[in-house]
Design a protein around this ligand. Structure first.
Ligand code: GLC
Length: 432
């Protein structure tokens, strides 16, 4: 254990680039939005000041309209694709032009609850609050302009679950006729069979080309973007982030009453709207495709994130829990990113089967808070066992437990330090 702890800390130290943490060298050599938020929790286990610095560096690159970009290209790394020359965002330190799941407010709250130095934490939170609010505000304003309570994503990468089966049909409709030729680089670092396919990648690049061609102007994009989806995952994460933002605002007597009122308003709107994502026939939450006006009938790890948002009535929660229990007959490690009996399930391909430690940490919280502690513990134990057996990999095969994708991965090391390690039986016994 001590050894693994030490390796986890060393992974963060090795991936530290001075105030921000890269996910892993080679494959992802910059700062990623939601990765940074999870990394802060790992840092906090041995360096609280460094943990707060992670949020500061991320929010230093927030756009003027409030968006926190999904990648910040702090350095010039010619081996990465698609880099700043593709996104063409005119900033001194360039960024991508899309965002990622807004876990920030929730992770700031979690950080506050775990750190020892509350005084320092309070100082940092007071500085961060207007920024956290403005990111969530951006989501509601730009991605839900009609105030329906469900925000949309314009690119699969915004969901954080890049090649999830959820996006298949919608991606297939993205036109690629005008796609400028490009050369991907991810498969130089990782086996192609663990990464998205070429067909998928063409569509990713076609959307990027479209966003860039429209200068990231959200009014135009909302009307014309070829991919517009109310992702159940991002909506659950945003609702939870609003709840945690409100908690922080109340705790620290946030002086902007209008912002506090607005946050309360988003929460009630979202809680009501979430019901629209529930499919009575299939008894599951589905993402919704705004372009076709149809639900996306795929069940994966995001299906369970509404538990984390606290919007699931007990009866529905039971149905979700039963589904997870059924999956334990199909795989050895929870949570596979796609239903293991879905014909598209691939145990080793990225978001089409593998287990991701960070998603597990969110589902764990949802299960625990809805009174399903037993299953929550199983999710935590599986995460810890995967890491103990294979190391700090980007993702894991849910059947064999093999580590996949990038190695020495920061958010996996952080989830070990801040969460999963505490659920290994020997440690639990010691704590009892
Ligand atoms: C991949 C993942 C995304 C993550 C990024 C960096 O693109 O799909 O969720 O943020 O890698 O780790």
């Amino acid at each position: 254990m001590a050894d693994i702890d030490e390796q986890a800390r060393q992974t963060l130290l090795d991936n530290d680039r001075g105030g921000y943490t890269i996910p892993t060298s080679g494959l992802y050599p910059f700062q990623w939005n939601w990765d940074s938020c999870f990394c802060a929790l790992g840092w906090a286990t041995f360096d609280e000041k460094r943990a707060w610095a992670e949020f500061e560096s991320l929010y230093l690159h927030q756009w003027l309209d409030g968006m926190v970009p999904h990648i910040i290209f702090h350095e010039h790394v010619p081996t990465y694709f698609p880099g700043p020359e593709i996104w063409q965002v005119p900033l001194n330190i360039p960024t991508s032009g899309i965002t990622q799941p807004p876990v920030a407010a929730s992770k700031v709250r979690e950080l506050y609850e775990t750190v020892k130095d509350k005084e320092y934490a309070e100082k940092k939170i007071r500085q961060l609050l207007p920024k956290l609010y403005s990111f969530n505000h951006w989501f509601h304003l730009q991605r839900d302009p009609n105030n329906e309570g469900l925000v949309s994503i314009y690119h699969p990468w915004e969901s954080g679950r890049d090649n999830s089966a959820d996006w298949d049909a919608a991606l297939n409709r993205v036109p690629v006729e005008d796609l400028v030729p490009y050369q991907r680089r991810d498969t130089n670092h990782v086996d192609a069979d663990q990464r998205p396919t070429t067909l998928e990648y063409d569509r990713y690049m076609a959307i990027v080309q479209f966003l860039r061609g429209n200068l990231y102007d959200h009014h135009t994009l909302h009307e014309r973007v070829p991919f517009r989806i109310a992702d159940v995952g991002i909506n659950a994460i945003l609702l939870r982030a609003n709840l945690d933002l409100l908690w922080l605002m109340e705790k620290f007597d946030y002086e902007d009453d209008q912002a506090v009122r607005e946050t309360r308003g988003w929460i009630s709107l979202q809680e009501e709207a979430f019901d629209k994502l529930w499919d009575e026939e299939d008894q599951a939450y589905y993402s919704y495709d705004y372009i076709t006006g149809e639900p996306i009938r795929a069940i994966g790890s995001a299906t369970f994130l509404p538990l984390y948002a606290g919007v699931v009535a007990p009866k529905r929660a039971e149905i979700l829990v039963r589904r997870i229990e059924e999956w334990t007959d199909e795989v050895n490690y929870l949570m596979p990113s796609l239903n293991p009996v879905d014909s598209r399930f691939e145990a080793k391909r990225y978001w089409r089967g593998p287990v991701w430690a960070v998603v597990n940490s969110l589902i764990f919280k949802g299960l625990e808070e809805t009174g399903h502690g037993h299953l929550a513990d199983r999710v935590a134990l599986d995460t810890a066992s995967l890491i103990k057996k294979s190391g700090f990999w980007e993702y894991f095969d849910p059947v064999t437990g093999d580590g996949l994708g990038g190695d020495c991965f920061s958010w996996t090391a952080s989830m070990w330090l801040a969460w999963a390690r505490h659920y290994l039986p020997d440690l639990k016994k010691k704590q009892a």
